[in-house]
Design a protein around this ligand. Sequence first.
Ligand code: SME
Length: 145
Amino acid sequence: MSSSENKEKIYIKCIESIRSTSESNKLKFISKLLFESFDSWIFCGFYFQNDNKLLLSEYSSDKIPCSPIEFDGVCGTAILNDKILNIGDVNTFQGHIVCDDNSKSEICIPFKISGVQYVLDVDSNIYNAFCEIDEKYLLEIIKEI
Ligand code: SME
């Protein structure tokens, strides 16, 4: 099985679990489930907008992440552009906010819950960890919230 096929299989299983869970805290469930499903992930969590800052919501992580964060990082930029931001090498992103030195690549998916701006943020300890498959399935997962 190719690594892409394997990745798809993992996401499909995760989506099944998300659809069938009785856990009422979906953000908590999703961050934990995804974090535990992918070996290279070192942070998977949600930030939400509070005035001109982003505050940490539910997450699973190797280290305690930073909060609040400013809008000039990867998360804030994804929100301001209202577009998925997939950064293959975080060192190339000016303004990248370092919460964990081991982070090499990062993907952010902006979305709203009841008018509040959120972002799903994932960090990996390998470069170029995220591709169109991640973009597609993470967007599908956001729709389940
Ligand atoms: N790197 C993010 C900050 C959040 S952490 O990765 C958990 C950013 O640049 O916005």
